[in-house]
Design a protein around this ligand. Structure first.
Ligand code: IPE
Ligand code: IPE
Ligand code: MG
Length: 243
């Protein structure tokens, strides 16, 4: 109850008429969260997956149509095989559950990244989740970046332009990004204490507002998102112009 009251207080400070349309999050700090508790890093990924579910529901409750999360980067293959396998396994489990509850939760799921390198059983679940999403009549969409790298995405788009013999314009390149159908993020949040982009949404974040906090991703909650949105609402977005 106390937590709910606290949540309500911060929610009361969010200007519901000026919400970001798209929030992107680098879900970082799972490993350190686990280490602090003397647990294996994978325990942090388990709790982190729950945090994603919670935050996606909260975005819907607030009325933020697009949420994009960084789940696995093109560089994360450098981690020990056991950790990579656990992350892929957790994604499988998450998707099994999500597929069952998708119609009820009414949040579309979309995957961004080079999915050709993703293990076949997980890819089959991704295809299924995306097929169900296409049937959903919902304004809410959660995008999960998997084997995603901003540089890989731009290269992939550039190759597609070259192969199609199109001219290299900003519009054409944008059309070939994994995120082609999604507006650019207004707010980009990185919990976990690091202040870097780590190859996330390099093209799309050109004019995003950045918000960094020390909260480790498994501890991130509704109140933490409120705080980020309140900070975002205090920013003056000029897009290179003058007021
Ligand atoms: C983010 O948490 C999850 C992934 C990158 C898959 P980390 O695993 O990077 O956690 P830290 O940064 O080591 O604490
Ligand atoms: C970024 O976090 C990738 C994801 C959250 C999926 P990392 O933990 O991989 O980033 P670095 O290594 O600290 O830059
Ligand atoms: Mg990290």
């Amino acid at each position: 109850m106390a937590q709910r009251e606290q949540l309500y207080q911060t929610a009361g400070q969010v200007d519901m008429s000026r919400l970001p349309r798209h929030i992107a999050i680098i879900m970082d700090g799972n490993g350190r969260w686990a280490k602090k508790r003397g647990l294996p890093r994978t325990a942090g990924h388990k709790v982190g997956a729950e945090t994603f579910r919670k935050v996606a529901k909260y975005c819907k409750r607030l009325g933020v149509p697009y949420l994009t999360v960084y789940a696995f980067s093109t560089e994360n293959w450098r981690r020990p095989k056991e950790e990579v396998d656990t992350i892929m396994g957790l994604l499988e489990r998450y998707l099994h559950e999500a597929i069952d509850s998708m119609a009820r939760e009414n949040i579309k799921l979309c995957f961004l990244g080079d999915l050709s390198a993703i293990p076949a059983p997980l890819r089959a679940l991704i295809d299924k989740a995306e097929a169900i999403s296409r049937e959903l009549d919902s304004p809410y969409q959660a995008n999960i970046c998997l084997n995603y790298g901003g540089r890989d995405e731009i290269l992939h788009a550039a190759r597609a332009i070259a192969e199609a013999g199109e001219s290299f314009t900003e519009e054409n390149l944008q059309r070939h990004l994994y995120s082609a159908a999604i507006p650019d993020p207004d707010l980009l949040i990185r919990p976990g204490g690091e202040q870097r982009i780590s190859n996330f949404l390099l093209w799309q974040a050109a004019y995003s507002e950045f918000y960094f906090c020390d909260t480790l991703w498994p501890d991130f909650d509704e109140a933490a998102l409120d705080k980020a949105i309140i900070a975002y609402q205090s920013r003056d977005r000029r897009f290179g112009g003058v007021k």
